[in-house]
Design a protein around this ligand. Structure first.
Ligand code: FE2
Length: 180
């Protein structure tokens, strides 16, 4: 299993709307001007403005380490990839236009590592015509294995940008796969 649905009733539509309004004040991020999908946000500012997001994870004893947004404007913005990431799992929250979109998982296949603008790396599937083995509805909070090949499925006429908030923690949340 590569993902698990989580429930955060305190993550309301109002919080999402305020988060979108906040992102619009950072046009480079909202409009994806650097050409990358996954972008790091300033932790202090996020926790100052959205303490309720930080506090969502307290029942699991998880302390957020990094807040990132994943912004997709067109279906080709996200190919089949594995994150170059030191932990197995992160938690994603839907932010905008996630209804109708999915996160697809592909299992183990050969990968190549490429540099991305901004200095980070990503592992791409050598073959991009793979068949997914699992599919998650991106409109729900998700625990997901980011080191496994995955991609965002954005249907052609879905409203855009499609944005998720991806959060990492001081302790790898992968243990939740076993306890939930
Ligand atoms: Fe990813």
């Amino acid at each position: 299993m590569y993902f698990k649905y989580l429930d955060f009733p305190e993550y309301t539509q109002d919080v999402q709307d305020r988060f979108v309004a906040y992102l619009k004040t950072a046009p480079d991020i909202y409009h994806r001007r650097l050409g990358v999908s996954l972008m790091l946000l300033g932790k202090e500012r996020i926790e100052e403005r959205f303490p309720e997001i930080r506090d969502l994870f307290k029942p699991y004893n998880l302390v957020p380490e990094k807040y990132m947004v994943f912004v997709v404007w067109k279906p080709t913005d996200c190919g089949i990839h594995a994150d170059d990431w030191p932990q197995v799992a992160r938690i994603n929250l839907p932010v905008l236009n996630c209804q109708g979109t999915r996160t697809l998982f592909y299992g183990d296949h050969e990968m190549i590592t490429v540099d991305r603008p901004g200095g980070s790396k990503v592992h791409l599937a050598k073959r991009q015509n793979l068949a997914p083995v699992e599919a998650a509805n991106s409109n729900r909070p998700l625990l997901l294995k980011v080191q496994t090949l995955h991609k965002v499925d954005l249907p052609q006429h879905n409203p855009v940008p499609r944005i998720t908030l991806s959060i990492s923690f001081e302790v790898d949340p992968a243990y939740l796969f076993d306890v939930l």
